[in-house]
Ligand binder design. Sequence first.
Ligand code: ADP
Ligand code: MG
Length: 451
Amino acid sequence: MPDDTPDTPNTPDTPETPDAPATSGRPEPAESPLIGSLRAAVAAAPADVPLRLHLAELLLDAGHGGAAVAEAAFALSHAPGDPQARALMARALGGPAPSVPVEQPAAPARQGGGFDWTAAEQEVGDVLPPRFVATPDTKEAPLAVDGSGDPGDASAYDVEAPDAPGSVRLADVGGMQEVKDRLEAAFLAPMRNPELRKLYGKSLRGGLLLYGPPGCGKTFIARAVAGELGANFISVSINDVLDMWVGNSERNMHQVFETARRQAPCVVFLDELDALGAKRSRTQHNGMRNTVNQLLTELDGVDDVNDGVFVLAATNVPWDVDIALRRPGRLDRTLLVLPPDGPARDAILRYHLRDRPIESVDVGKIVKATEGFSGADLAHVCESAAETALLDSARTGTIRMINTKDVLGAAKAIRPSTEPWFAAARNVAMFANEGGVYDELLAYLKKARKL
Ligand SMILES: Nc1ncnc2c1ncn2[C@@H]1O[C@H](COP(=O)(O)OP(=O)(O)O)[C@@H](O)[C@H]1O
Ligand SMILES: [Mg+2]
Protein backbone atom coordinates (compact mmCIF):
# COMPACT_ATOMS: atom_id res chain seq x y z
CA MET A 1 0.00 0.00 0.00
CA PRO A 2 1.50 3.34 -0.97
CA ASP A 3 1.62 5.58 2.01
CA ASP A 4 1.38 8.80 0.07
CA THR A 5 -1.12 10.29 2.40
CA PRO A 6 -2.87 13.33 1.03
CA ASP A 7 -1.32 16.31 2.66
CA THR A 8 -3.43 18.10 5.16
CA PRO A 9 -1.95 21.55 5.21
CA ASN A 10 -3.28 22.41 8.64
CA THR A 11 -0.06 21.82 10.46
CA PRO A 12 2.27 24.68 9.80
CA ASP A 13 4.42 23.86 12.80
CA THR A 14 4.98 20.23 12.15
CA PRO A 15 8.72 19.65 11.95
CA GLU A 16 9.77 19.85 8.35
CA THR A 17 12.56 17.37 8.49
CA PRO A 18 12.29 13.93 9.98
CA ASP A 19 15.54 14.31 11.81
CA ALA A 20 14.62 17.45 13.65
CA PRO A 21 11.49 16.58 15.57
CA ALA A 22 10.19 18.22 18.65
CA THR A 23 12.66 21.01 18.90
CA SER A 24 11.83 23.36 21.67
CA GLY A 25 11.51 27.01 20.98
CA ARG A 26 9.42 26.58 17.87
CA PRO A 27 6.16 28.48 18.26
CA GLU A 28 3.19 26.16 18.29
CA PRO A 29 -0.47 27.10 17.96
CA ALA A 30 -2.49 27.68 21.10
CA GLU A 31 -4.04 24.53 22.50
CA SER A 32 -7.75 23.91 22.13
CA PRO A 33 -10.10 23.57 25.13
CA LEU A 34 -10.51 19.87 24.36
CA ILE A 35 -6.78 19.39 24.64
CA GLY A 36 -6.85 21.41 27.83
CA SER A 37 -9.38 19.09 29.44
CA LEU A 38 -7.53 16.02 28.26
CA ARG A 39 -4.37 17.40 29.79
CA ALA A 40 -6.21 17.75 33.07
CA ALA A 41 -7.42 14.17 32.79
CA VAL A 42 -3.90 12.94 32.08
CA ALA A 43 -2.56 14.89 35.04
CA ALA A 44 -5.12 13.10 37.20
CA ALA A 45 -4.23 9.69 35.83
CA PRO A 46 -0.60 9.91 34.69
CA ALA A 47 -0.18 6.18 34.14
CA ASP A 48 -3.19 5.82 31.89
CA VAL A 49 -1.52 4.95 28.60
CA PRO A 50 -4.58 4.97 26.29
CA LEU A 51 -5.63 8.34 27.64
CA ARG A 52 -2.20 9.75 27.06
CA LEU A 53 -2.09 8.36 23.56
CA HIS A 54 -5.40 9.98 22.85
CA LEU A 55 -3.98 13.29 23.99
CA ALA A 56 -0.84 12.75 21.91
CA GLU A 57 -2.93 12.05 18.86
CA LEU A 58 -4.99 15.19 19.30
CA LEU A 59 -1.84 17.22 19.82
CA LEU A 60 -0.28 15.80 16.71
CA ASP A 61 -3.36 16.48 14.61
CA ALA A 62 -3.49 20.02 15.94
CA GLY A 63 0.09 20.69 14.94
CA HIS A 64 1.69 20.43 18.38
CA GLY A 65 4.38 18.06 17.19
CA GLY A 66 6.75 18.61 20.09
CA ALA A 67 4.09 18.14 22.74
CA ALA A 68 2.82 15.03 20.98
CA VAL A 69 6.30 13.51 21.01
CA ALA A 70 6.58 14.17 24.72
CA GLU A 71 3.26 12.45 25.46
CA ALA A 72 4.03 9.52 23.19
CA ALA A 73 7.41 9.17 24.85
CA PHE A 74 5.80 9.03 28.25
CA ALA A 75 3.36 6.40 27.02
CA LEU A 76 6.23 4.39 25.55
CA SER A 77 8.19 4.52 28.75
CA HIS A 78 5.20 2.87 30.45
CA ALA A 79 4.33 0.51 27.66
CA PRO A 80 7.37 0.05 25.42
CA GLY A 81 5.73 -2.65 23.35
CA ASP A 82 2.44 -0.88 22.78
CA PRO A 83 1.92 -0.87 19.00
CA GLN A 84 -0.24 2.20 19.05
CA ALA A 85 2.28 4.14 21.09
CA ARG A 86 5.05 3.05 18.77
CA ALA A 87 3.11 4.00 15.68
CA LEU A 88 2.22 7.33 17.14
CA MET A 89 5.80 8.05 18.09
CA ALA A 90 6.99 7.12 14.64
CA ARG A 91 4.35 9.42 13.17
CA ALA A 92 5.21 12.25 15.50
CA LEU A 93 8.88 11.87 14.68
CA GLY A 94 8.36 11.98 10.97
CA GLY A 95 6.69 8.95 9.51
CA PRO A 96 4.40 5.98 10.02
CA ALA A 97 5.86 2.78 11.37
CA PRO A 98 5.29 0.69 8.28
CA SER A 99 4.84 -2.64 9.97
CA VAL A 100 2.34 -1.63 12.62
CA PRO A 101 -1.21 -1.64 11.39
CA VAL A 102 -3.04 1.02 13.36
CA GLU A 103 -6.13 2.75 12.15
CA GLN A 104 -5.43 6.40 12.32
CA PRO A 105 -6.49 9.56 10.60
CA ALA A 106 -4.34 10.73 7.75
CA ALA A 107 -0.89 11.70 8.89
CA PRO A 108 -0.20 15.40 9.09
CA ALA A 109 1.62 17.18 6.34
CA ARG A 110 5.10 15.98 5.56
CA GLN A 111 7.29 17.39 2.95
CA GLY A 112 6.51 15.53 -0.23
CA GLY A 113 4.02 13.07 1.26
CA GLY A 114 4.81 9.79 3.03
CA PHE A 115 8.02 9.17 4.83
CA ASP A 116 10.51 7.32 2.71
CA TRP A 117 12.14 5.02 5.18
CA THR A 118 14.75 3.63 2.83
CA ALA A 119 15.75 7.02 1.53
CA ALA A 120 16.16 8.27 5.07
CA GLU A 121 18.23 5.26 5.99
CA GLN A 122 20.48 5.83 3.04
CA GLU A 123 20.75 9.44 3.91
CA VAL A 124 21.65 8.65 7.46
CA GLY A 125 23.85 5.70 6.76
CA ASP A 126 25.32 7.03 3.57
CA VAL A 127 25.58 3.43 2.43
CA LEU A 128 23.64 1.11 0.23
CA PRO A 129 21.33 -0.90 2.49
CA PRO A 130 22.11 -4.51 1.60
CA ARG A 131 25.88 -4.15 1.68
CA PHE A 132 28.40 -3.93 4.46
CA VAL A 133 30.35 -0.77 4.28
CA ALA A 134 33.28 -0.27 6.53
CA THR A 135 33.32 3.47 6.77
CA PRO A 136 30.06 5.03 7.81
CA ASP A 137 30.23 8.72 7.15
CA THR A 138 28.90 10.04 10.43
CA LYS A 139 27.17 13.13 9.21
CA GLU A 140 25.49 13.77 12.49
CA ALA A 141 26.64 12.25 15.70
CA PRO A 142 23.61 13.08 17.80
CA LEU A 143 25.23 12.18 21.06
CA ALA A 144 28.37 14.22 20.77
CA VAL A 145 31.24 12.29 22.16
CA ASP A 146 33.28 14.57 24.29
CA GLY A 147 36.84 13.61 24.87
CA SER A 148 36.47 11.74 21.57
CA GLY A 149 36.44 8.39 23.29
CA ASP A 150 39.99 8.66 24.46
CA PRO A 151 41.38 5.19 24.10
CA GLY A 152 44.21 6.06 26.44
CA ASP A 153 41.92 5.04 29.24
CA ALA A 154 43.81 2.16 30.74
CA SER A 155 41.15 -0.46 31.06
CA ALA A 156 40.65 -4.09 30.40
CA TYR A 157 37.56 -3.32 28.37
CA ASP A 158 37.87 -1.93 24.91
CA VAL A 159 35.73 1.04 24.18
CA GLU A 160 34.90 1.40 20.54
CA ALA A 161 34.58 4.95 19.34
CA PRO A 162 31.51 5.59 17.20
CA ASP A 163 33.50 6.08 14.02
CA ALA A 164 35.78 3.11 14.52
CA PRO A 165 36.55 1.27 11.30
CA GLY A 166 34.36 -1.75 10.86
CA SER A 167 31.52 -0.28 12.85
CA VAL A 168 28.12 -1.11 11.41
CA ARG A 169 24.85 0.75 11.21
CA LEU A 170 21.28 -0.37 10.94
CA ALA A 171 21.47 0.05 7.18
CA ASP A 172 23.99 -2.78 7.17
CA VAL A 173 21.48 -5.08 8.80
CA GLY A 174 19.55 -6.63 5.96
CA GLY A 175 15.74 -6.73 6.24
CA MET A 176 14.37 -7.13 9.78
CA GLN A 177 12.24 -4.02 9.36
CA GLU A 178 10.12 -4.76 12.40
CA VAL A 179 13.13 -5.01 14.64
CA LYS A 180 14.50 -1.78 13.25
CA ASP A 181 11.21 0.04 13.72
CA ARG A 182 10.93 -1.18 17.24
CA LEU A 183 14.51 -0.18 18.03
CA GLU A 184 13.89 3.19 16.47
CA ALA A 185 10.74 3.88 18.46
CA ALA A 186 11.76 2.42 21.78
CA PHE A 187 15.45 3.17 21.92
CA LEU A 188 17.04 5.22 19.17
CA ALA A 189 14.57 8.05 18.65
CA PRO A 190 14.38 9.03 22.30
CA MET A 191 18.14 8.87 22.61
CA ARG A 192 18.79 11.08 19.62
CA ASN A 193 16.41 13.71 20.80
CA PRO A 194 17.76 15.60 23.79
CA GLU A 195 14.34 16.58 25.09
CA LEU A 196 13.14 13.05 24.89
CA ARG A 197 16.23 11.83 26.59
CA LYS A 198 15.50 14.06 29.53
CA LEU A 199 11.97 12.84 29.57
CA TYR A 200 12.98 9.24 29.31
CA GLY A 201 15.74 9.76 31.82
CA LYS A 202 14.88 7.04 34.26
CA SER A 203 13.47 4.48 31.90
CA LEU A 204 16.42 4.66 29.57
CA ARG A 205 18.49 3.85 32.56
CA GLY A 206 17.02 0.42 32.29
CA GLY A 207 18.00 -1.59 29.31
CA LEU A 208 16.82 -3.50 26.36
CA LEU A 209 17.22 -7.25 26.19
CA LEU A 210 17.50 -8.77 22.72
CA TYR A 211 16.52 -12.41 22.60
CA GLY A 212 15.92 -15.04 20.00
CA PRO A 213 17.42 -18.14 18.39
CA PRO A 214 21.21 -18.30 18.05
CA GLY A 215 22.94 -16.93 14.99
CA CYS A 216 20.15 -14.61 14.00
CA GLY A 217 21.83 -11.26 14.43
CA LYS A 218 21.46 -10.16 18.03
CA THR A 219 25.12 -9.33 18.44
CA PHE A 220 25.20 -7.81 14.99
CA ILE A 221 22.17 -5.63 15.67
CA ALA A 222 23.56 -4.45 18.99
CA ARG A 223 26.67 -3.25 17.19
CA ALA A 224 24.51 -1.48 14.65
CA VAL A 225 22.66 0.31 17.44
CA ALA A 226 25.94 1.64 18.71
CA GLY A 227 26.79 2.84 15.23
CA GLU A 228 23.45 4.60 14.92
CA LEU A 229 23.81 6.40 18.19
CA GLY A 230 27.25 7.68 17.56
CA ALA A 231 27.99 6.66 21.12
CA ASN A 232 30.91 4.77 22.52
CA PHE A 233 30.32 1.09 22.78
CA ILE A 234 31.66 -1.49 25.18
CA SER A 235 30.93 -5.02 24.20
CA VAL A 236 31.45 -7.62 26.86
CA SER A 237 30.64 -11.24 26.75
CA ILE A 238 29.53 -12.26 30.20
CA ASN A 239 31.90 -15.18 29.93
CA ASP A 240 34.76 -12.70 29.79
CA VAL A 241 33.57 -11.06 32.97
CA LEU A 242 33.35 -14.29 34.88
CA ASP A 243 36.48 -15.29 36.65
CA MET A 244 37.25 -18.34 38.71
CA TRP A 245 38.70 -16.33 41.54
CA VAL A 246 36.33 -15.23 44.25
CA GLY A 247 35.55 -11.55 43.93
CA ASN A 248 37.10 -11.06 40.54
CA SER A 249 33.88 -11.39 38.56
CA GLU A 250 32.23 -8.65 40.60
CA ARG A 251 35.23 -6.44 40.21
CA ASN A 252 35.24 -7.01 36.46
CA MET A 253 31.57 -6.16 36.23
CA HIS A 254 32.12 -2.99 38.20
CA GLN A 255 35.00 -2.08 35.96
CA VAL A 256 32.90 -2.43 32.85
CA PHE A 257 30.40 0.07 34.17
CA GLU A 258 33.03 2.41 35.54
CA THR A 259 34.68 2.48 32.13
CA ALA A 260 31.31 3.19 30.52
CA ARG A 261 30.61 6.04 32.95
CA ARG A 262 33.94 7.65 32.17
CA GLN A 263 33.20 7.33 28.46
CA ALA A 264 29.58 8.44 28.56
CA PRO A 265 27.59 8.63 26.38
CA CYS A 266 28.27 4.96 26.10
CA VAL A 267 26.35 1.81 25.32
CA VAL A 268 27.27 -1.21 27.39
CA PHE A 269 26.45 -4.36 25.55
CA LEU A 270 26.27 -7.46 27.71
CA ASP A 271 26.36 -10.38 25.33
CA GLU A 272 25.38 -13.88 26.36
CA LEU A 273 23.71 -12.61 29.45
CA ASP A 274 22.45 -16.09 30.27
CA ALA A 275 25.95 -17.03 31.35
CA LEU A 276 24.90 -15.38 34.60
CA GLY A 277 21.99 -17.78 34.48
CA ALA A 278 19.64 -18.36 37.35
CA LYS A 279 19.78 -22.06 36.69
CA ARG A 280 19.99 -23.83 40.00
CA SER A 281 22.89 -25.96 38.90
CA ARG A 282 24.83 -22.85 38.15
CA THR A 283 23.89 -20.69 41.09
CA GLN A 284 25.22 -23.34 43.38
CA HIS A 285 28.38 -21.72 42.33
CA ASN A 286 28.17 -18.94 44.84
CA GLY A 287 30.26 -16.48 42.90
CA MET A 288 27.59 -16.30 40.24
CA ARG A 289 25.02 -14.98 42.68
CA ASN A 290 27.41 -12.24 43.72
CA THR A 291 28.06 -11.32 40.12
CA VAL A 292 24.34 -11.04 39.46
CA ASN A 293 24.04 -8.84 42.52
CA GLN A 294 26.89 -6.70 41.33
CA LEU A 295 25.19 -6.23 37.98
CA LEU A 296 21.97 -5.26 39.78
CA THR A 297 23.88 -2.69 41.76
CA GLU A 298 25.46 -1.27 38.63
CA LEU A 299 22.14 -1.11 36.81
CA ASP A 300 20.34 0.51 39.69
CA GLY A 301 23.11 3.06 40.11
CA VAL A 302 22.48 5.80 42.63
CA ASP A 303 21.50 9.27 41.55
CA ASP A 304 22.95 10.31 38.27
CA VAL A 305 25.96 8.04 38.03
CA ASN A 306 24.49 6.22 35.09
CA ASP A 307 23.67 9.31 33.10
CA GLY A 308 24.55 8.61 29.50
CA VAL A 309 25.14 4.92 30.11
CA PHE A 310 22.77 2.72 28.16
CA VAL A 311 22.53 -0.98 28.52
CA LEU A 312 21.79 -3.49 25.83
CA ALA A 313 21.94 -7.19 26.49
CA ALA A 314 21.44 -10.29 24.41
CA THR A 315 20.65 -13.90 25.11
CA ASN A 316 19.51 -17.03 23.31
CA VAL A 317 17.86 -18.28 26.46
CA PRO A 318 15.93 -15.46 28.13
CA TRP A 319 14.27 -18.01 30.38
CA ASP A 320 17.64 -18.62 32.00
CA VAL A 321 18.15 -14.97 32.79
CA ASP A 322 17.78 -14.15 36.47
CA ILE A 323 14.32 -12.76 36.97
CA ALA A 324 15.67 -9.97 39.17
CA LEU A 325 17.49 -8.62 36.16
CA ARG A 326 14.23 -8.20 34.29
CA ARG A 327 12.51 -6.00 36.86
CA PRO A 328 11.45 -2.45 35.98
CA GLY A 329 14.34 -0.06 35.64
CA ARG A 330 16.72 -2.89 34.81
CA LEU A 331 16.58 -4.96 31.65
CA ASP A 332 12.89 -4.33 31.50
CA ARG A 333 12.30 -4.10 27.78
CA THR A 334 12.65 -7.04 25.46
CA LEU A 335 13.02 -7.32 21.75
CA LEU A 336 12.62 -10.56 19.86
CA VAL A 337 15.15 -11.09 17.08
CA LEU A 338 13.78 -13.76 14.77
CA PRO A 339 15.52 -15.73 12.02
CA PRO A 340 16.34 -13.41 9.13
CA ASP A 341 13.40 -12.67 6.85
CA GLY A 342 13.63 -12.70 3.05
CA PRO A 343 15.44 -9.39 2.58
CA ALA A 344 17.77 -10.23 5.45
CA ARG A 345 18.62 -13.61 3.95
CA ASP A 346 19.22 -11.91 0.64
CA ALA A 347 21.69 -9.53 2.26
CA ILE A 348 23.41 -12.24 4.25
CA LEU A 349 23.78 -14.52 1.24
CA ARG A 350 25.18 -11.75 -0.91
CA TYR A 351 27.59 -10.87 1.84
CA HIS A 352 28.92 -14.39 2.14
CA LEU A 353 29.16 -14.86 -1.61
CA ARG A 354 30.76 -11.53 -2.34
CA ASP A 355 34.35 -12.71 -2.47
CA ARG A 356 33.66 -16.12 -3.93
CA PRO A 357 33.85 -17.15 -7.58
CA ILE A 358 30.18 -17.25 -8.46
CA GLU A 359 28.34 -17.44 -11.74
CA SER A 360 24.77 -16.26 -12.29
CA VAL A 361 23.65 -17.26 -8.85
CA ASP A 362 19.92 -16.72 -8.41
CA VAL A 363 19.84 -15.36 -4.89
CA GLY A 364 16.06 -15.02 -4.95
CA LYS A 365 15.69 -18.79 -5.37
CA ILE A 366 18.03 -19.50 -2.52
CA VAL A 367 16.22 -17.02 -0.31
CA LYS A 368 13.00 -18.94 -0.91
CA ALA A 369 14.64 -22.24 -0.07
CA THR A 370 16.14 -21.08 3.21
CA GLU A 371 13.16 -20.05 5.31
CA GLY A 372 14.02 -20.38 8.99
CA PHE A 373 17.78 -20.47 8.41
CA SER A 374 19.87 -18.38 10.77
CA GLY A 375 22.63 -16.04 9.62
CA ALA A 376 25.12 -18.64 10.75
CA ASP A 377 23.31 -21.38 8.80
CA LEU A 378 23.47 -19.26 5.67
CA ALA A 379 27.18 -18.70 6.11
CA HIS A 380 27.57 -22.44 6.35
CA VAL A 381 25.48 -23.00 3.21
CA CYS A 382 27.73 -20.66 1.20
CA GLU A 383 30.78 -22.35 2.56
CA SER A 384 29.70 -25.83 1.61
CA ALA A 385 28.55 -24.69 -1.83
CA ALA A 386 32.06 -23.39 -2.39
CA GLU A 387 33.42 -26.70 -1.23
CA THR A 388 31.29 -28.63 -3.70
CA ALA A 389 32.45 -26.49 -6.60
CA LEU A 390 36.04 -26.81 -5.50
CA LEU A 391 35.91 -30.58 -5.18
CA ASP A 392 34.21 -30.78 -8.55
CA SER A 393 36.91 -28.68 -10.16
CA ALA A 394 39.60 -30.80 -8.63
CA ARG A 395 37.94 -33.99 -9.78
CA THR A 396 37.31 -32.94 -13.37
CA GLY A 397 40.40 -30.85 -13.79
CA THR A 398 38.40 -27.91 -15.11
CA ILE A 399 37.76 -25.01 -12.87
CA ARG A 400 34.13 -24.12 -12.54
CA MET A 401 32.29 -21.37 -10.70
CA ILE A 402 29.82 -21.76 -7.87
CA ASN A 403 26.31 -21.87 -9.28
CA THR A 404 22.76 -21.76 -7.97
CA LYS A 405 22.56 -25.54 -7.87
CA ASP A 406 25.55 -25.80 -5.54
CA VAL A 407 24.00 -23.39 -3.09
CA LEU A 408 20.54 -24.94 -3.25
CA GLY A 409 22.07 -28.37 -2.76
CA ALA A 410 23.96 -27.17 0.28
CA ALA A 411 20.80 -25.62 1.69
CA LYS A 412 18.89 -28.87 1.27
CA ALA A 413 21.57 -30.77 3.09
CA ILE A 414 21.08 -28.98 6.41
CA ARG A 415 18.15 -28.34 8.69
CA PRO A 416 17.76 -24.84 10.06
CA SER A 417 19.52 -24.70 13.40
CA THR A 418 16.74 -22.54 14.80
CA GLU A 419 14.30 -25.45 15.04
CA PRO A 420 15.38 -26.77 18.43
CA TRP A 421 15.25 -23.24 19.79
CA PHE A 422 11.64 -22.87 18.75
CA ALA A 423 10.81 -26.20 20.31
CA ALA A 424 12.03 -24.90 23.66
CA ALA A 425 10.58 -21.45 23.15
CA ARG A 426 7.15 -22.88 22.43
CA ASN A 427 6.90 -24.34 25.91
CA VAL A 428 8.10 -21.22 27.58
CA ALA A 429 5.75 -18.99 25.63
CA MET A 430 2.80 -21.21 26.44
CA PHE A 431 3.46 -22.10 30.04
CA ALA A 432 5.79 -19.51 31.48
CA ASN A 433 4.64 -16.26 29.95
CA GLU A 434 4.33 -14.47 33.25
CA GLY A 435 3.51 -10.82 32.98
CA GLY A 436 3.34 -11.20 29.22
CA VAL A 437 7.13 -11.05 28.79
CA TYR A 438 6.92 -13.43 25.86
CA ASP A 439 3.89 -11.91 24.16
CA GLU A 440 5.94 -11.00 21.13
CA LEU A 441 7.20 -14.55 20.85
CA LEU A 442 3.73 -15.97 21.33
CA ALA A 443 2.31 -13.75 18.62
CA TYR A 444 5.04 -14.85 16.24
CA LEU A 445 4.56 -18.54 17.01
CA LYS A 446 0.85 -18.20 16.35
CA LYS A 447 1.37 -16.33 13.13
CA ALA A 448 3.98 -18.80 11.92
CA ARG A 449 1.75 -21.71 12.98
CA LYS A 450 4.45 -23.04 15.19
CA LEU A 451 2.15 -23.50 18.17
N1 ADP B 1 19.88 -9.15 9.27
C1 ADP B 1 21.15 -9.46 9.02
N2 ADP B 1 21.82 -8.79 8.04
C2 ADP B 1 23.09 -9.09 7.77
N3 ADP B 1 23.80 -10.03 8.39
C3 ADP B 1 23.20 -10.71 9.38
C4 ADP B 1 21.85 -10.45 9.75
N4 ADP B 1 21.51 -11.29 10.76
C5 ADP B 1 22.58 -12.04 11.00
N5 ADP B 1 23.61 -11.70 10.19
C6 ADP B 1 24.91 -12.35 10.13
O1 ADP B 1 24.85 -13.54 10.88
C7 ADP B 1 25.94 -13.62 11.77
C8 ADP B 1 25.45 -14.19 13.08
O2 ADP B 1 24.76 -13.21 13.78
P1 ADP B 1 25.01 -12.90 15.33
O3 ADP B 1 24.73 -11.46 15.54
O4 ADP B 1 26.34 -13.39 15.77
O5 ADP B 1 23.88 -13.80 15.96
P2 ADP B 1 23.43 -13.96 17.49
O6 ADP B 1 24.16 -12.94 18.29
O7 ADP B 1 21.95 -13.74 17.45
O8 ADP B 1 23.76 -15.36 17.86
C9 ADP B 1 26.49 -12.20 11.91
O9 ADP B 1 27.87 -12.21 11.92
C10 ADP B 1 26.00 -11.49 10.69
O10 ADP B 1 27.02 -11.41 9.74
MG1 MG C 1 25.59 -13.33 19.70
